[in-house]
Design a protein around this ligand. Structure first.
Ligand code: URP
Ligand code: ZN
Ligand code: ZN
Length: 476
């Protein structure tokens, strides 16, 4: 037997279940042995007793996604994946978004062209279904699911994206029949439109009125409705970017009643509040995302939900718009009303360091929960496990050696995205990846990005695992 390509010595391996000391041997990009005193490799890395974790799987991020207006996402598949790798993420799942009136298949083909020779880490695509025509529901969507696009997102708001309840039911029925996972953006669109009109009529146009236009009841109502619609069809759903208590209560109610309702939250709901939208002048636009950040009490509810199992997934929802320039947050002008500001904030690179620093290193989260929320559960829910999301013989050697004794003051200049700000500027961090490996190749080492564009592989995904007991539903 040839020597191993690589042996990582003295690792403190953490998975979603265990923490143990081991050497990790890699051949052909795959973990081939875990053990103590493994034979030599052609290359050796000493982890020196530091944590070695599975590379992060970011199950919700937006890269080079067409916006349909004058704004443009700042990160493409090179700058976005580069940034992800430097922050310890080795797999991403951004979105191929159907244009209303357009074909879902065409959106996927276009998105493959956009990715082409750019990614430095492995990637898959979720779909976004915006126009569930007969052809989409009976031909395109089932065929794409069978080809490995096994999850899709639907929206209950945004004019260019939203589905009505009937359309949601029709789409969920396809997910049930084909075994796909549905992600739902849950906000009540008419409430938002009504509030927005009234705010603008009263001259309330500054960035912080974005939060006023989307109070938590708007999210609570839509979350409740999404749960009811999924119960009617009898299919699992995953509620994305949950911001606070009222939506959490709906989700816990559903989970307590045995409904298979999964939930995701994101860094902005732990580390930002609505007060951040009140930063001087137009600066608050940097923190405009939907749902909006809430307050300190709601941040605590989100922390509790991460620790107590309400949330299965912690994603970045990286939506990269530059602050300055003609196509970012100021696409409609430097003093545009809040409803004209592109929604979303950057976070691919900071997702894991923020949660490690403020979750694991403060004792709010144990290391196994950290791994589960940021990698293992994500890989399982979206059909990538066990190739991705764990450290096991046979899994891809996507590995991160962590420096969990760091003392870093975060600045945007440190980051590798193409966005000109981070909402977390100046925050102290105590953890950052020292080394990131993707299929056994170093992509980030001691502060240096070393990956070549185009080395990332597209991942066809299996259908999500059994998603809970089916109750029979209400449909004949
Ligand atoms: O504000 C947000 N979250 N923008 C990104 C798009 C989405 O809805 O996830
Ligand atoms: Zn969304
Ligand atoms: Zn998103």
């Amino acid at each position: 037997m040839d020597a191993f390509d690589l042996v990582i010595r003295n690792a403190r391996v953490a998975t979603a279940a265990d923490v143990f000391s081991a050497d990790i041997a890699v051949r052909g990009g795959i973990i081939v042995a875990l053990g103590l005193g493994l034979p030599a490799g052609q290359r050796e890395i000493d982890a020196a007793g530091r944590y070695v974790l599975p590379g992060g799987v970011d199950g919700h991020c937006h890269l080079d996604q067409p916006t349909g207006d004058s704004s443009r996402m700042a990160d493409d598949f090179f700058t976005g994946t580069r940034s992800a790798a430097c922050g310890g993420t080795t797999t991403i799942i951004p979105f191929a978004c159907q244009a209303k009136g357009g074909s879902l298949r065409a959106a996927v083909e276009d998105y493959h062209r956009r990715a082409a020779d750019k990614p430095v880490i492995d990637y898959a695509f979720h779909l976004i279904v915006t126009d569930p025509t007969e052809k989409v529901l009976t031909e395109e969507l089932p065929a794409l699911i069978a080809e490995g696009y096994t999850s899709f997102k639907i929206y209950m708001t945004y004019d260019a994206l939203k589905l009505n309840d009937r359309q949601i039911l029709e789409t969920l029925a396809v997910a049930r029949r084909e075994g796909a996972m549905t992600m739902i953006h849950a906000e009540n669109t008419d409430c938002i439109a009504w509030l927005t009109d009234r705010l603008l009529a009263a001259g309330c146009a500054a960035p912080h009125f974005h939060a006023t236009s989307r109070p938590m009841l708007v999210e609570r109502e839509a979350t409740h409705r999404a749960i009811a619609l999924s119960e009617l069809v009898d299919v699992p759903i995953l509620i994305v970017h949950v911001s606070g208590r009222e939506a959490v209560e709906q989700i816990r109610w559903a989970q307590g009643h045995g409904l298979r309702v999964l939930a995701e939250t994101c860094p902005q709901y732990l580390f930002l509040t609505a007060d951040d939208l009140e930063r001087d002048g137009f600066e608050g636009a940097k923190c405009i995302c939907s749902p909006p950040p809430r307050d300190a009490a709601n941040q605590q509810v989100i922390w509790d939900g991460l620790a107590n199992g309400t949330f299965q997934v912690f994603s970045s929802d990286h939506a990269p718009f530059r602050f300055d320039g003609p196509d970012g947050k100021k696409a409609s002008g430097a003093d545009a009303s809040f409803d004209k500001v592109p929604n979303g904030i950057p976070g691919l690179e900071t997702r894991l360091p923020l949660l490690f620093s403020e979750g694991v290193n403060t004792g709010r989260l144990d290391i196994n929960s950290f791994v589960a929320l940021t990698a293992t559960n994500v890989a399982k829910i979206y059909g990538l496990y066990p190739t991705k999301g764990t450290i096991a013989v046979g899994s891809d050697a996507d590995l991160v050696i962590w420096n969990d004794r760091a003392d870093i003051t975060l600045t945007n200049a440190m980051l590798h995205h193409n966005v000109d700000y981070t909402p977390y500027e100046g925050r102290r961090l105590t953890a950052w990846p020292a080394l990131t490996l993707s299929r056994g190749e170093i992509v980030w080492s001691d502060g240096e990005m070393v990956a070549t564009p185009g080395r990332g592989r597209f991942l066809r995904r299996s259908r999500p695992g059994p998603a809970g007991v089916r109750r029979g539903g209400y449909a004949p």
